[in-house]
Design a protein around this ligand. Sequence first.
Ligand code: ATP
Ligand code: MG
Length: 352
Amino acid sequence: MTSVKKIVVLKGDYIGPEIMTAGLAVLEAATRNETFAYELIDAPFGGDGIDRAGDPLPQSTINIAKQADAVLLSAIGGPKWDNMSRRPEQGLLEIRSQLNLFANIRPTKVTSVQIDRSPLKPEYVKNTDFVIVRELTSGAYFGKPRKLEEHQAIDTIYYNEQEVTRIMHQGFKLAQKRHKHVTIVDKSNVLATSKFWRKIANEVGKNYPDVAIDYYYVDAMTMAIMSKPATFDVVITPNLFGDILSDEAAQITGSIGQIPSMSIGENGPNLYEPIHGSAPDIAGQGIANPISMVNTVAMMLIESFDEKRIAAKMIASVDYIIKNHYVTPDMGGVMTTDEVTQKMIAYIKKHE
Ligand code: ATP
Ligand code: MG
């Protein structure tokens, strides 16, 4: 008997629940004739956490998440909670540190069916398929001292050996499962932490002789993502640079409403979420693009549960709706979230 996988569902705010419902409906269709057994555990979080339990990250949610096999999260926050003393976004920072999510992984893939939506010319983006591995719990966003005074301000970039070694292993292992090519991003011509980053990359790289390594300064990398995105496989970057590069990379796919991400936990569950925000501007209209959540659920199936076949069904249904232009307004279509979802479900049922 296979064990029942526990998935904690943090349903999100504004369009968050709209796309969560869609993603879970497609999951249900894709698992209908499979032995994969899962249990969905709803827990309050973000704005929904404030509304239902008085806090963006209630202790009960932390406890449940730590016991789970995976955490599935939809976009949180929005104007409703802007004036609260503890805002939804604080819950997000706290859950990352509570689950010790040290690496954030974002794929950038431009498939042939969506190549026309890229702002770049087709010959530039053709065959683009890379993953950014961003360090998430140290570096410029966590370094101390940090001070804001009237006439001066300080931020600190800090990395220790264990933090850099850990993220490098993560990136190299991922490359072994993909196209065996790692790109190290830093600013080692200027920054001490970047020299350190590059030195450890070299050392860790020796354990992966089958993986090719190259190096980019972050400024050159911003250009290369635009001019030759198809040449990358796994890109390993410190926290601050990764924040910037991953948004740049998202843009070349043509739609923020499609992209999943995962954050890897040190000893506990991984956390999966679409990269976009809660989009209060379109919430309640039934037009949120559910593709990001369907891709997010598929990523969870592959990475946490090794259920590649079920994930492939979901991804095929995404390709199908894009190819036939059964899409929401953000992708130039006229369909509602629910119509798109039903098209995906019908496709999956028909192809079993
Ligand atoms: P954040 O504060 O995280 O930036 P946001 O709500 O501004 O959150 P973004 O991710 O920046 O959201 O998205 C910008 C805009 O893109 C949204 O306001 C919305 O119009 C559109 N958008 C984002 N995600 C989707 C989606 N899944 N479907 C349709 N439109 C989307
Ligand atoms: Mg925004």
